[in-house]
Design a protein. Structure first.
Length: 317
């Protein structure tokens, strides 16, 4: 009887382990493996507010402008030998200032055209990388900003050494916001003057825990722990170490935090956690009625004014 019980318990243990391993690989494939299509959030009509006529006109103008640009393609070899690709648009001034625009999850550099027009009008050179695992860049996994932070240090060096940039702004949306936040904790050249983070998350683990509950109605434990082990094996990082909060403790650059108060993809409270973590000065704009990265769409003119004000302050213009 005792032997039979041990066999049953042992069999159940094996089933649980196999099940968790399957679940960990499934969630890795859904959230981290390159190329998988997954719906991350289900925003309702109140969150996806339709842009005003004035905002829509500015958005359409920016999109049309970007579609007409003949961008220069820049390639770079990353620290782990991946070939990374970016688009470059030379600004219409000789002020030697540049911006790096960081796109979001499963987007590409082409999704940043609206912001590119804004910065072009302000005289900036514009560099828009395809993150590793996205677009034309190599990589079979998504780094969620963690491995990408090393890539962005290298892209900054490209701007400084090859394009003689003297003033650099880092501006990211969603995963791109987390990327520039994580980059802030690295040793950066003096040319980097400020960071703008729109709808960024505090850490990969906390963000995926939110998504597990939001999409699947599942608790984080033990699925995230297992997925983290799988991620470490297949992508070389753990979900727990990929933290914007920890990186911001080393950051002394001015930071502008933008977040919608109806963001159901990245909880708005993460904006406050980011603000509390940074060691430098910060401004925070919580946008009423805006969903995930919707400030630009909902209140385009105010977005221009606030971002311009931050840039003018950090560049002392």
């Amino acid at each position: 009887m005792k032997k039979k019980l041990l066999i049953i318990l042992g069999s159940l243990f094996v089933v649980v382990i196999v099940g968790l391993a399957f679940a960990g690989n499934y969630f890795y494939d859904q959230g981290i493996k390159r190329g998988t299509e997954v719906e991350l959030h289900r925003e309702d009509e109140a969150v996806n507010v339709v842009a005003t006529d004035e905002s829509q006109m500015l958005i359409d103008e920016a999109n049309d402008w970007y579609d007409e640009q003949e961008t220069e393609i820049i390639e770079m070899t990353a620290y782990d030998d991946l070939n990374l690709v970016a688009q470059f648009i030379e600004g219409d001034s000789d002020e030697q200032k540049a911006v790096i625009l960081a796109h979001g999850f499963r987007n590409t550099s082409d999704n940043m055209g609206q912001l590119a027009k804004f910065y072009y009008d302000k005289g900036f050179d514009i560099l828009i990388p395809d993150a590793r695992g996205h677009g034309e860049s190599e990589g079979d996994y998504i780094g969620y900003g963690w491995h990408d932070r090393h890539d962005y240090v290298d892209w900054i060096d490209v701007l400084v050494e090859e394009y003689r940039a003297e003033d650099i702004i880092l501006h990211g949306n969603s995963m791109g916001a987390a990327t520039v936040l994580m980059t802030s904790g690295e040793e950066l050249p003096e040319q980097v003057k400020g960071i703008i983070a729109d709808s960024g998350y505090s850490s990969v683990k906390d963000e995926l825990a939110h998504q597990l509950n939001h999409i699947y109605g599942l608790p984080a434990f033990p699925l995230l722990e297992v997925t983290s082990v799988v991620t470490n094996i297949r992508a070389g990082y753990t979900l727990g170490e990929a933290s914007a909060i920890d990186q911001l403790k080393q950051n002394e650059l001015p930071l502008f935090i933008i977040h919608g108060d109806d963001d159901d993809l990245v909880p708005t409270e993460m904006a406050y956690e980011i603000a509390e973590a940074t060691a430098g000065d910060y401004e925070m704009w919580i946008v009423p009625g805006a969903g995930h990265t919707k400030a630009f769409d909902n209140v385009t003119e105010e977005f221009y004014e606030r971002v311009s004000g931050f840039i003018n302050t950090v560049l002392d213009e």
